[in-house]
Ligand binder design. Structure first.
Ligand code: VAH
Length: 315
């Protein structure tokens, strides 16, 4: 079995579907603190209610399903975490430590935990940000992801736990909506374009950020988790890159397909978060250790996003 914690989130819905395709659907247990808004999204296999802060419940689920892999995705993202620092730290840190401790106690063979480009801060080199560099995150989310990376390495060194991690860029997909991130504009813009509406962007037109199409993020996650343990040289979290773009780039990419599409800009508090993050990522280590190779650039993503979202509107 495989257990996905936080299965109702933007990444969770897609990763659960990808894992159910790769294994038997009945073998992939989706868990979240509340049921999915669209039950059909997770209908292919078992669903369990789980608050990852409830360690006894987490232990019981792991003892019942005996998963060979646990994907722990539950967390507050960057914008939401700034509004509720106390709970963000509690969920992001105590949740991770519960998973690491139960995995060691119950001898779970493998754990996956997502980090983010949010671990970098305003004094990190912004172009081709290296795997090892200055890390002074100035968001609660980034602080929790940096601390989490160090805990993952500690559990690997002290308990031999095979926990693996990726520093995701902003993720864009058509099957799920993002929740509380600073890169969410890059998903919302496609929905507005397909609906024939103008888009108001909460970042400045030239806010250049590392981004990735969801199929690439899913492929990277599965490639990392299925690489032989001796290939994994980074036990904090791997830099992962695919492309970088700014709102004005994605808007003109859409306008090539939908000439009438209009965008206007109204930067909000998320601008400061975006300005603290890198513009591009050096993911040489991931390409060297487990042969990472992205497949989607901005225009291929735009064509795929618009085609799928148009189907949905029609359906
Ligand atoms: C966020 N989507 O915006 C997440 C991610 C790199 C961005 O961590 O908070």
């Amino acid at each position: 079995n495989v257990l996905v914690i936080g299965a109702c989130g933007q990444l969770g819905l897609e990763l659960t579907a990808a894992l159910r395709q790769r294994y038997a659907p009945a073998a992939v247990v989706a868990a979240d603190v509340r049921p999915p808004q669209n039950p059909a999204a997770l209908a292919g296999g078992p669903f369990e209610l789980l608050d990852v802060l409830d360690k006894p419940r987490l232990t019981a689920l792991v003892q019942h399903y005996r998963p060979v892999q646990v994907y722990h995705l539950a967390a507050l993202l960057s914008a939401t975490a700034e509004r509720d620092p106390g709970f963000a730290w509690k969920l992001n840190m105590d949740g991770l430590l519960n998973v690491l401790n139960v995995a060691v106690q119950e001898r779970v063979p493998q754990v996956y935990w997502p980090s983010s480009i949010a671990v970098f801060g305003p004094d990190t080199p912004r172009q081709h940000t290296p795997q090892v560099t200055v890390m002074n995150p100035n968001t609660v989310y980034g602080i929790s992801k940096l601390a989490g990376e160090q805990w993952c390495e500690w559990y690997y060194r002290h308990h031999g736990l095979d926990v693996r991690s990726l520093r995701y860029p902003g993720l864009i997909g058509y099957k799920s909506l993002p929740g509380g991130g600073t890169t969410d504009y890059a998903v919302d813009i496609y929905h507005k374009a397909v609906a024939g509406e103008d888009f108001e962007c909460f970042l400045k037109p030239d806010t250049y950020l590392p981004m990735m199409y969801m199929p690439d993020a899913l492929q990277a996650t599965l490639d990392l988790m299925h690489a032989p343990a001796e290939a994994i040289k980074v036990r904090t979290s791997y830099n992962l890159g695919a492309m970088s773009f700014a709102p004005r780039d994605v808007a003109s990419s859409i306008q090539r397909e939908i000439p009438g599409f209009r965008i206007r800009y109204a930067p909000d508090q998320r601008q400061a978060i975006a300005d603290s993050w890198p513009a591009s990522i050096d993911d040489t280590a991931a390409r060297r250790d487990w042969h990472w190779q992205p497949r989607y650039d901005l225009h291929r993503m735009t064509r795929d996003m618009l085609a799928h979202l148009r189907e949905a509107v029609v359906a």
